[in-house]
Design a protein around this ligand. Structure first.
Ligand SMILES: [Zn+2]
Ligand SMILES: [Zn+2]
Length: 115
């Protein structure tokens, strides 16, 4: 039944959009905001800031990548490697559950353990 399944996909898209809109408003996942663009910053991104010696300001991954002249995935990989090599960063990194990241659904999340 091709017509029905097409409709099903559309309904899924709508539900998906609502879920994204709802999770976007939830302040629980993104505890911080970027000092440069005001974008949402999660705890792992905050740890990445510290790992990159960005201690005075807190930047989102996009702004961090721009500062370092890297792409977001490049920067995230670089920061993640560094975080994993330092116990003081690794402990809070592991303690934070990045799985429910709302940015995962739009493929904009670069803070997962396995990319
Ligand atoms: Zn930013
Ligand atoms: Zn994320």
């Amino acid at each position: 039944m091709p017509i029905l399944s097409e409709m099903g996909i559309d309904v899924c898209k709508v539900v998906f959009a609502i879920v994204i809109a709802m999770t976007d408003c939830l302040p629980s996942f993104f505890d911080y905001t970027c000092d440069r663009c005001g974008g949402p910053v999660c705890e792992r991104q905050q740890i990445m800031n510290l790992a990159l010696d960005n201690v005075d300001d807190l930047y989102c991954l996009g702004c961090l990548a721009e500062e370092q002249a890297m792409t977001q995935p490049e920067l995230a990989e670089f920061a993640r490697d560094y975080v994993c090599s330092r116990e003081c960063f690794k402990t809070p990194w592991d303690a934070f559950n990045a799985k429910p990241c709302p940015k995962l659904s739009t493929q904009e999340c670069y803070c997962q353990d396995t990319p």
